[in-house]
Design a binder for this molecule. Structure first.
Ligand code: ATP
Length: 624
């Protein structure tokens, strides 16, 4: 006899819905061949190179073009920081200032060449990024934004107070061999070269393993850490990268103006960079270029003549640009680039990655899997206290390869707390355990992930805006080795092909291939849970912990999930399920641990548990 208890979770279930239609496969005529896709960026670059040759172009306009390119460098940093990693930073002008002042001091005070000044600018901006990041990045959301703003204010205040640092003049021009970049026309070439390099490197970074880790942060640190991603480390990387780009911009600005002034690097400049990112679209590299170009081209020339035209004094341009920004946020919250590219999406949208198998001769790093029956997890006497609440008191659990263990109990019994103790999310107050050789007492989630533990979440944690394929690919983080430099220089292509093949294999394993190019968060709950499981399987785990995997599923999805978990057991994985669906648990698990009021009420096979009088009284309510 099966036991089916009504549970409040049932009330939260999504009403049965028809499956959405299968994704439309792009017709061959839709697709622009990969070789032609290069045509557009190369044409834009070619046109950009021709700009200085335009007849009648004044020095003022050339200067403006240079300034737009310099600003675009800072905004590219914001694309990494804000667009990809979701970190709000409001003090980028400080790093521009640090780069500018480093080169100004190096060239005017110590007589070094501007090229050594460039080294000083990049180094000091990077070091300042590391220092500010180390003390600021523990903060979240608006606290982080306010803290970066405060750093910016303090920086300008300090510069103004130090004797002789308010203004530095007579910086030497940049000279390469015999060619000096003293005129705006020549300087433009320097800016363009810096911008092309920065765009190529940022694109390489964002499309590689580290860029994926940055995107994973938008799904929450907890989910990222469970995939083996060191979220603080990744945040630091993004922060330092953006600071170095800002330092480069500062160097260019200082040698374009041939002078530096503390007032140019204030909070208003930082806000301008942020506005450029918002106007163009902070999630897109092209958005950074567009935003910087539009903002500089419209803002700077309008600034002098607007107040006299309207018959007012003061900062009327600020009011106008604020109003325009509000309008823009209403019409195009993602910035102008997504709107503008829509008619040209055949050319501009990145091609959908095709299903791939492991390239010949390539191998994917895999852990030696324990033989069936080998012990993977042993926990004894686990205790956890939250203030006055003893949430878990003396719970023990073992899991072997090739078995499914269920953790059940009434609401508030301590199941989720035990689950979090096993995942390393919270440390135990007492008791101990070993999971794949790692002591649970000190194990952080990402260490356990590296040891072979993967998990799902009670509320599905997927990265918004990413497709099923992209979400699943995040799970391969620990299977790759490519770091920032390899990504930036595009030297990670072979490894990427291998990781892509693994993601496709796991998508196929859970039956999601037809949905691979759909936005994952828009799928019905059952499929989203499968995405999470496919992502977890990409870690090549030995133990899989699933938190209420059947909650809210339609009967058909539930049956499919049951088949999948059964397959995983046959493949030798050890599984732990926290679950309220008694029918699901009783049919699937090999052993059950029943909890009540934080303690262990009983352990045994489903058949033993069903007949256990204490369990019937406390939990099953006589339904058995
Ligand atoms: N962070 C916390 N701070 C304080 N008390 C907590 C915390 N987490 C859990 N508790 C308490 O610990 C006890 C066990 O909670 P837990 O969420 O582990 O139970 P559960 O069996 O998972 O319940 P459910 O089935 O409703 O998810 C509850 O009394 C809960 O209020």
């Amino acid at each position: 006899m099966s036991i089916a208890l009504p549970h409040p979770a049932a009330l939260l279930r999504e009403p049965p819905r028809e499956d959405p239609p299968p994704p439309r496969q792009p017709a061959p005529s839709d697709a622009v061949p990969a070789s032609l896709r290069w045509l557009l960026p190369w044409t834009v670059l070619f046109l950009a190179m021709l700009v200085p040759m335009m007849p009648g172009l004044s020095a003022g306009w050339m200067l403006l073009l240079c300034q737009a390119g310099i600003a675009a460098l800072v905004v590219l940093g914001l694309v990494v920081l804000t667009g990809a990693a979701g970190l709000g930073a409001l003090g980028q002008a400080m790093f521009v200032g640090i780069g500018a002042y480093a080169s100004a001091l190096a060239t005017t005070r110590w007589g070094l060449s501007p090229w050594l000044g460039l080294g000083a600018a990049l180094l000091s901006a990077g070091m300042a990024g590391a220092l500010v990041g180390a003390v600021t990045l523990r903060l979240r959301r608006h606290y982080l934004a306010i803290a970066t703003l405060a750093w910016n204010v303090a920086f300008v205040f300090l510069l103004g107070r130090v004797e002789g640092l308010g203004h530095l003049e007579k910086l030497p021009p940049v000279v390469f061999l015999t060619l000096d970049f003293a005129t705006p026309w020549r300087f433009y070439a320097l800016v363009l070269a810096a911008l092309v390099a920065a765009v190529a490197m940022t694109s390489g970074l964002l499309h590689g393993r580290m860029g994926r880790a940055l995107h994973a942060l938008r799904g929450g640190s907890r989910a990222a850490e469970a995939l083996g991603i060191n979220s603080f480390h990744i945040r630091m990387l993004a922060f330092i990268y953006a600071a170095v780009l800002a330092g480069l911009a500062g160097w260019l600005q200082a040698h374009l103006d041939r002078g530096v002034s503390a007032g140019s690097f204030g909070v208003d400049a930082s806000l301008n960079y942020l506005l450029m990112a918002v106007v163009g679209g902070s999630a897109h590299i092209a958005g950074a270029l567009l935003g910087a170009a539009l903002w500089t081209a419209l803002h700077a020339p309008v600034q002098p003549w607007l107040p006299p035209l309207l018959g007012t004094g003061g900062d009327v341009d600020l009011v106008l640009s604020g109003g325009l920004l509000l309008l823009l946020l209403h019409v195009a919250p993602g910035g102008l680039w997504p709107l503008l590219r829509h008619p040209f999406r055949r050319w501009l949208a990145p091609p959908e990655p095709e299903a791939a198998v492991l390239p010949p001769g390539e191998t994917l790093p895999a852990r030696p899997h324990p033989r069936p029956g080998a012990e993977l997890l042993r926990a004894t006497g686990l205790r956890k206290r939250f203030g006055g609440v003893l949430a878990v008191d003396g719970v023990g659990l073992t899991v072997k390869a090739g078995e499914i263990v269920g953790l059940i109990g009434p609401n508030g019994a301590g199941k989720s707390t035990t689950f979090d103790l096993l995942c390393g999310v919270i440390p135990p107050c007492g008791g101990d355990g070993v999971l794949l050789g790692q002591p649970l007492r000190r194990a952080a989630p990402r260490r356990l992930a590296a040891a072979g533990l993967a998990r799902s979440f009670q509320t599905v944690h997927l990265v918004p805006g990413l497709t099923v394929f992209e979400n699943v690919l995040l799970g391969t983080h620990l299977r790759g080795r490519a770091g920032v430099l390899r990504g930036m220089l595009g030297l990670d292509q072979r490894e990427e092909a291998v990781l892509h093949a693994e993601a496709w294999r796991q998508i196929d394993r859970v039956g999601l291939t037809p949905y691979a190019h759909r936005i994952a968060c828009q799928l019905p709950l059952g499929r989203r849970r499968l995405v999470e499981i496919a992502r977890a399987l990409c870690l090549d785990p030995a133990v899989l912990l699933l938190d209420e995997p059947a909650a809210g599923l339609r009967p058909r999805d539930r049956a499919e999930l049951m088949d999948l978990l059964d397959d995983l057991r046959r493949d030798g994985l050890g599984l732990v399920l926290v679950e309220h669906d008694m029918d699901f648990v009783m049919r699937l698990t090999d052993r059950l641990v029943v909890m009540n009021f934080g303690t262990e009420l009983a352990q045994g096979t489903p058949r033993e548990i069903r007949r256990n009088p204490a369990v019937i009284e406390a939990y099953l309510g006589g339904v058995a």
